[in-house]
Ligand binder design. Structure first.
Ligand code: DI6
Ligand code: FE
Length: 413
């Protein structure tokens, strides 16, 4: 987390708050005619307007004139640090060239690995900067960034260091995740277990000791790693005090979600093929289900995640972009929200909870981020909208009026 600098307190008057606080019964946890008091980068109080005397306040005063305020948006699953582009590969796929052929010709994840290895840390951060800025311009204040396109110790650490560099240069909080077990690198072709040995014995311990990752992710899939290999990585993560999460049940059901739950994992992501047993496991463990409709859309998938059953079981659902060059090249959290509603059947309120309260929980930040409530970080957004559903309703329409990060107003460019 970036350091919080003490600054002048501020008072935000005449707000309509979509607090996203489940303790508030109204839709969106909304409160009309309220004021926010921000101090030292945190929300010091949420007050009824009538209890506030701006004349007696020693600090900055903003009159929001009835505008809607939400928590800052949280994109809890991205792969936005990478080199190269896969547009030419996409063009081929659209023309009917099978994915196996593209992979055999050096395309797919491996082509991004090659392009990512080619860049140094600074170049990688620079190349990724516009993608992060695009998310921030839509209101993202916390973003998760995964490695997984380096697949050697040096290149995985370089990706994580580039993510750290982005956080250091911009008003945004970055949660870095080690996804060394994303694909088997070409040097280990046919020896996935050998590569997992490298991950466990070298990449993961070094990343943990360097403090470059707070969580560990595995692509548990027929085209990724087996549940047994995933378990080995999760055990190593636990041994190094790192949280776990998983790309699971995206293309088939290997019961990866239950494995994530067994380790008390933060989130099970994708989950199109999640079954009743998996849902029950997530529910028992308090693991968040992360929905990634961008990849579902871009791959023209047809198997939808079991949203109705997740809702019925009370499993928190987060929504994220999955921003990556191969399966979801979309630097728009509002697009992901819209897709979650249109393609997966979430309500706009669930979509907003999915990029605030539940996304915070998926990053282990449920007690500090993703709500407008006393004690939470002062990451918030002021919108030119008539109803909070408008955030998920349109894409590209610039309705964000102000972005506040740790109590400081940011310019939107
Ligand atoms: N699942 C995905 O959809 C992406 N990674 C993953 O584990 C694909 C990433 C890529 O194709 O570059
Ligand atoms: Fe992903």
């Amino acid at each position: 987390m970036p350091p919080i600098h003490p600054h002048r307190p501020s008072l935000w008057l005449n707000a309509r708050l979509a607090t996203m606080d489940p303790a508030r019964a109204a839709p969106y946890g909304s409160l009309e005619g309220h004021a926010l008091l921000l101090r030292d980068g945190h929300i010091a109080a949420v007050l009824p307007q009538a209890e506030v005397d701006p004349a007696a306040f020693d600090g900055e005063v903003f009159d929001l004139q009835g505008r809607w305020v939400t928590p800052g948006l949280i994109d809890c699953h991205t792969h936005l640090v990478y080199g190269g582009s896969r547009a030419a590969e996409w063009e081929k796929r659209l023309a009917g060239v099978p994915y196996q052929q593209i992979a055999a010709e050096g395309g797919g994840i491996v082509s991004t690995v090659r392009a990512t290895r080619w860049l140094d840390e600074e170049e990688l951060a620079l190349k990724s900067l516009p993608r992060l800025k695009a998310l921030m311009a839509e209101g993202v204040t916390t973003v998760e960034i995964k490695s997984g396109y380096g697949l050697t110790q040096a290149d995985e650490l370089k990706q994580l260091a580039a993510a750290r560099r982005l956080q250091d240069s911009l008003p945004v909080e970055v949660a870095a995740t080690l996804l060394a077990a994303h694909a088997v690198p070409p040097e280990y072709a046919g020896d996935a277990d050998g590569y997992i040995d490298l991950v466990i014995e070298s990449i993961l311990p070094v990343a943990a000791r360097a403090g470059l990752a707070e969580a560990v992710d595995v692509f548990c899939e027929s085209v990724g790693f087996t549940p047994a290999q995933t378990r080995r990585v999760f055990e190593a993560a636990r041994g190094h005090g790192l949280q776990v999460k998983g790309h699971v049940e995206q293309l088939s059901n290997l019961h990866g979600a239950a494995l994530v739950a067994e380790f008390g994992g933060l989130s099970a992501d994708h989950i199109e093929y999640l079954d009743e047993e998996g849902i029950a496991a997530l529910q028992r463990a308090g693991t968040v289900a992360v929905l990634l409709p961008g990849a579902f859309y871009f791959l023209r998938e047809t198997q939808k995640p079991p949203v109705d059953q997740l809702r019925a079981a009370g499993v928190p659902m987060a929504v994220s972009t999955d921003l990556n060059p191969g399966t979801s090249p979309f630097a728009s959290i509002r697009l992901a929200m819209n897709q979650a509603c249109v393609l997966f059947g979430l309500t706009p309120e669930e979509a907003l909870a999915g990029v605030t309260r539940h996304a915070a929980q998926a990053l282990g930040r449920g007690a500090t981020h993703g709500r407008l409530a006393a004690g939470y970080v002062a990451d918030l957004l002021v919108w030119d909208i008539e109803h909070p559903a408008e955030i998920a309703y349109s894409v590209g329409v610039p309705v964000l009026k102000q972005r506040v990060f740790r109590g400081t107003v940011q310019h939107i460019d």
